[in-house]
Unconditional design. Structure first.
Lengths: 139, 140
């Protein structure tokens, strides 16, 4: 892969990490505040999702319409909603509610060397390896 | 920038959407964080370089933002460390089994209107909310 393309990947990652930090999603209290419907509910995550989903959805729509042959875009076709998807997503939700971290914010907090992230990320790697090893879960 | 508002949430979300769009165009794949991370751990993955570079960028961008803006640096730990370790295990396992996380399913999949991603997102939102509800009533 060309160096210029790798620089672009680094910048895309940098933009992603900046977005996570600016949006407040790296703060587990804000995430758990959103998930706590019956507490002091914090709507911030909804605004983050609205911004991200809106831009991504609109952007993909425009890119697909452009029909540029050099542009290789992933399929938007849905995979079957099977038992793995349902059970896996349910387990992910339990972990998300327990910790207030999903994968992006957990990695982002490595940037501040926070002990929560330093513990969470290796545990996440172990969980990932278990799923990949025993359930061939590499969708 | 030091006082957090819902504008920060919206602008941060837009940046996440743009970053995902850029990574999609560059890789030709759906750049969900759990998938980018998970496939780095599979020996047979042929395209490890961009995945590693993208994730280093993510960590670097966050580190820079933490240093620049107080509102971004706010971090309020909510759980004991042992709970964080268990949570990490479940997040790693569940996202791989379910084929995505808040970014791959939640942002990209939902953004493209994929039915499986919409289902996955509804499921993990609900189980996360139920988990918080129960945790708040059971934990000491």
């Amino acid at each position: 892969m060309k160096a210029g393309k790798l620089v672009s990947f680094f910048l895309a990652g940098g933009l992603f990490g900046t977005g996570l930090a600016v949006s407040g999603m790296t703060d587990p209290a804000r995430v758990i505040g959103f998930l706590d419907l019956f507490g002091a509910w914090d709507p911030a995550l909804l605004f983050v999702m609205a911004g991200a989903v809106g831009v991504y959805g609109l952007g993909m729509l425009i890119l697909r319409r452009a029909k540029n042959r050099n542009l290789k875009l992933p399929s938007a076709a849905s995979s079957p909603i099977d038992r793995q998807l349902v059970i896996g997503s349910a387990i992910f939700g339990v972990g998300w509610g327990l910790g207030g971290f999903c994968p992006g914010p957990a990695l982002a907090n490595l940037g501040a060397l926070r002990v929560e992230a330093l513990l969470f990320v290796p545990a996440m790697a172990i969980g990932t390896l278990l799923a990949q090893r025993f359930f061939r879960a590499d969708r | 920038m030091n006082h957090y508002t819902l504008w920060h949430a919206l602008v941060g979300g837009i940046l996440i959407g743009l970053a995902s769009l850029l990574a999609t165009v560059l890789s030709g794949k759906i750049p969900g964080i759990s998938g980018v991370f998970g496939r780095l751990l599979v020996a047979a993955t042929p395209d490890k370089t961009w995945r590693a570079v993208f994730l280093f960028g993510l960590i670097g961008g966050a580190a820079l933002s933490f240093a620049l803006w107080q509102s971004a640096a706010l971090f309020r730990p909510m759980r004991p460390l042992v709970v964080m370790a268990i949570a990490g295990l479940l997040v790693g396992f569940g996202t791989r089994l379910g084929g995505g996380c808040t970014s791959g399913h939640g942002v990209c999949g939902v953004g493209m209107g994929a039915r499986d991603s919409i289902a996955a997102t509804l499921i993990f939102m609900v189980t996360a909310m139920v988990t918080v509800f129960i945790y708040n009533r059971v934990a000491l």
